[in-house]
Design a protein around this ligand. Structure first.
Ligand code: G3P
Ligand code: CA
Length: 251
């Protein structure tokens, strides 16, 4: 289901616009995705979580305070309340009027721009299963994109749910503090990629991930020098807030 192409058949190394292009436009907005596309990336990453009335919306933090004119947990607000908020002004006056998009909005834009999309499921505590269920149902109803689709999460419960509902959908297993049983989890959820934090790994631990045969993606890589090191270690793609910098060393 869902994918326009198997995940890793696109160009390698991949440069993935993090939260769109978070250094250049308000993160996780449609403007940030347009900005990433203008730099020439093939794929963008966004974070999805649920409103109180279970609308999947695109925002990173579990509270509204840092990036919007709202306050408090996203999960305590209805979509009607959230859609009124400004999600651009805190980044810069020129971006005032940007809104928190829904997952559906992002899919429509990625289809229009022919971009690949990595949807990170970012569940509010206790909503891991439901967030995955709802995000997947939106993805399934939307149908294929022209670019690749990858669903990822730090939440093993969300990954398990996604794997059981859509076994053919490529899943990225996001690792922050590497658990001892990471390899078993990757197998259990049928991970297509391992997505690791480059600041907490060594060439040896990266080699151990690579030995599983999965393509590796690394976050959040904001200098060309570090991206080049990772590409030289065989990393297939990086998430970056600065797509222009990294594209220069990815060619
Ligand atoms: O998916 C890579 C990266 O986005 C994970 O970290 O905190 O930026 O969502 P975070
Ligand atoms: Ca993310």
């Amino acid at each position: 289901i869902l994918t326009g192409e198997p995940f890793m058949l696109g160009p390698i190394p991949r440069v993935i616009g993090h939260r769109g292009a978070a250094a250049h436009a308000p993160e996780n907005t449609l403007e940030a995705i347009c900005c990433a596309a203008a730099f020439g990336v093939e794929m963008v990453e966004v974070d999805v979580q649920l409103t109180r009335d279970e609308v999947p919306v695109i925002i990173h933090d579990d509270t509204l305070d840092r990036t919007t004119t709202g306050t408090g947990p996203v999960f305590e607000r209805s979509w009607k309340e959230i859609r009124e908020l400004d999600a651009g002004a805190s980044f810069g006056r020129a971006f005032a009027g940007e809104h928190i998009p829904t997952l559906q909005d992002v899919l429509a834009l990625c289809r229009e721009l022919k971009l690949g999309l990595n949807v990170e499921i970012k569940p509010y505590p206790g909503t891991d299963l439901r967030t995955a269920e709802i995000a997947l149902s939106v993805l399934e109803n939307f149908g294929p994109l022209e670019g690749s689709l990858l669903v990822s999460s730090f939440s093993v419960e969300s990954l398990r749910t996604a794997h059981s509902l859509a076994p053919h959908l490529p899943l990225g297993y996001l690792i922050h503090d590497r658990p001892d049983n990471w390899a078993a989890i990757a197998d259990e959820v049928g991970a297509a990629t391992i997505n690791f934090d480059h600041t907490s790994e060594t060439p040896q631990t990266i080699a151990a991930y690579a030995a599983t045969g999965r393509p590796l993606l690394s976050y959040t890589v904001n200098t060309a020098a570090r991206a080049k090191e990772l590409f030289d270690l065989g990393v297939a793609g990086v998430f970056t807030d600065f797509p222009g910098r990294i594209l220069k060393v990815a060619k």
